[in-house]
Design a protein around this ligand. Structure first.
Ligand SMILES: [Zn+2]
Length: 316
């Protein structure tokens, strides 16, 4: 059975109807920049990451200032045993997808619990228009000691090396993979929000592996989690990510509508997040409503007994 993206969105009971409609109207999860997703190519990957779990902030914290740029410029060497690009193409290259959306086989959409825990996740999408840094948001999370998972795109890391090095050293934050070119994950080039997706199994591999290898080098351990640009994937692409020993994560609450929501909309949406939610917001739009909305929503949730967790802690 094939569901359209809109149907998949509307299926999510935990996403308020008003928020969903507002998000769709304004570009929803594509708030990271359409043009950006069509940008740089030249990505080759030689190997998949290892399956060992990653904990943010526990990696190498003393890399030289040039390390980020150095790793960026390098080709993508093998860092651990795993399926090669050729093996992925051989195994999945002929499979046709029959699903497109935020679910699919093996996809993590929530924390699978009714305990009062919420995982706040913030995407840094990179590319033109998407490489800014919401310092006020991160400052609030630090001051309130609110753990969060930060999904970083390769291009955002390149544009924010000093911020990256700082975040990397903070156990409060778990760093995760938000792709190399920020593409919807498709084996047929399917689009989401006007952004053309990866075109085949090999490009799915490249989109995940290139930034995975980069982050593994920079963190010292491979990130456990990957979220595609726009969060869309098909079922074959989802299988590929799983085969690469990475958990494909989407969301259960669209917290900031692709960074298009007002502070009040972010506040009301996040404040209504049910237990076990994975909330998707952005950390690359400092002039959006995310920081103010999160700052308004978190204290009352905490006061009513909700605990905030990084994904590795919420899914362990
Ligand atoms: Zn994004």
């Amino acid at each position: 059975m094939s569901l359209s993206g809109l149907e998949m969105v509307m299926e999510r009971a935990s996403v308020g109807r008003r928020a969903v409609l507002a998000g769709l109207a304004a570009g929803a999860l594509a708030g990271c920049g359409r043009a950006a997703a069509l940008g740089s190519g030249g990505h080759t990957a030689a190997s998949a990451p290892s399956p060992s779990p990653a904990m943010a902030g526990t990696g190498t914290a003393h890399t030289s200032p040039s390390a980020v740029a150095t790793a960026t410029a390098a080709s993508t060497p093998s860092v651990a045993p795993g399926p090669s690009r050729a093996e992925v193409v051989a195994r999945y290259g002929e499979l046709r997808p029959d699903y497109w959306g935020f679910g699919g086989p093996g996809v993590v959409r929530d924390l699978h619990t009714t305990r009062r825990v919420i995982a706040l996740t913030f995407d840094a999408c990179g590319g033109p228009g998407g490489s800014e840094y919401d310092e006020a948001l991160i400052k609030f999370l630090r001051q309130r000691r609110v753990p969060a998972t930060l999904f970083l795109n390769s291009r955002w890391i390149d544009e924010n090396p000093a911020v990256f090095r700082q975040l990397r050293g903070e156990p409060l934050f778990e760093l995760a993979n938000h792709g190399t070119r920020h593409l919807p994950l498709s084996v047929t080039g399917r689009s989401a929000y006007g952004i053309g997706g990866t075109r085949d199994a090999g490009e799915v591999y490249d989109e995940v592996a290139t930034n995975q290898v980069k982050l593994t080098r920079l963190l010292g351990t491979p990130p456990r989690f990957f979220r595609a640009g726009t969060a869309y994937s098909d079922d074959v692409a989802a299988q590929i990510v799983t085969a690469m020993n990475v958990s494909l994560v989407t969301f259960s609450v669209n917290g900031d509508g692709g960074a298009t929501f007002t502070p009040e909309e972010v506040h009301s949406t996040v404040a209504a997040a049910p237990a076990g939610s994975i909330v998707l917001c952005h950390m690359n739009h400092p002039r959006g409503g995310t920081a103010e909305g999160i700052a308004a929503a978190v204290p009352p949730l905490a006061a009513s007994g909700y605990r905030f967790v990084r994904l590795s802690d919420g899914l362990s």
